[in-house]
Design a protein around this ligand. Sequence first.
Ligand code: B12
Length: 223
Amino acid sequence: MVLENENQQDIEADAAARAFEAALLRLDRLTATRLLTAPAGDGNGLQRIERLVLPALERIGQHWEQGGLALSQVYMSGRICEELVEQLLPAATSERGEGPLIALAVLEDHHLLGKRMVHAVMRAAGYAVRDYGRLDAAGLVARVVAEADVDLLMISTLMLASALRVAKVRELLAAAGRRLPIVVGGAPFRLDETLWQEVGATAMGRSASAAPAIIARLTGGAP
Ligand code: B12
């Protein structure tokens, strides 16, 4: 019975993600918004976003790769998702308390949506997060070295070449004598389960909603 319910939920989530994908490709913001702000009882806002936005954009990326879509369609779909995520995710701010100070960056990559989601979730969980935006490996290391109060670094990358640059960040940090945990996330790490270890990260998160628990584990408790 429980299994039947779960199957039914999976089928409904898949149908909703496909409807969301179609709305993105029609540039139909109204329908996309309606699908994201679903009736109560269907998970919280973040779960809903992860269930719709991630698979829809992933399929759009695959269609583009296979030549079925133009890059402009990928771009517009990404922009609409960015706008919606910005509107829908809690904009809670957290003053620095006793908890760890976290720096968050996109490394050598223009895919910013995942970082935005991670930022919103971490702030909502009560963590103090410094958003470094998009940086290259040397720029990121220079900033972490200059800001001695940063306890942990979170890096988001969506391109394989950028994911591999995490190894450079680790190497430059070690050369500068700065040791801190690095938590990575993004498509390349979800596709290759051991990549985070290969690039010398401390941990990997498959989703934004998984991030607070990973940070709590690494820093010895919630903020
Ligand atoms: C939208 C998109 C774009 C948009 C980006 C808009 C924007 N402002 O973000 C635009 C059009 C600009 C774009 C450009 C390009 N793209 Co693009 N893009 C995508 C697409 C379709 C979706 C990405 C996305 O936003 N997903 C939704 C977000 C929410 O998911 P996410 O980032 O994975 O984040 C989630 C988790 O991973 C996790 N997470 C993310 N980061 C972190 C970090 C931590 C610490 C933790 C714990 C968790 C975590 O939390 C998030 C929520 O749960 C992907 C397809 C895919 N499979 O991902 C291709 C994709 C990433 N793009 C790709 C490519 C090739 C490009 C271009 C090179 C295309 C070109 N020829 O110009 C350029 C490169 C730009 C650059 N230099 O960075 C390839 C990369 C292939 C590879 N192996 O490297 C992909 C995989 C498409 C494909 N199938 O080929 N792209």
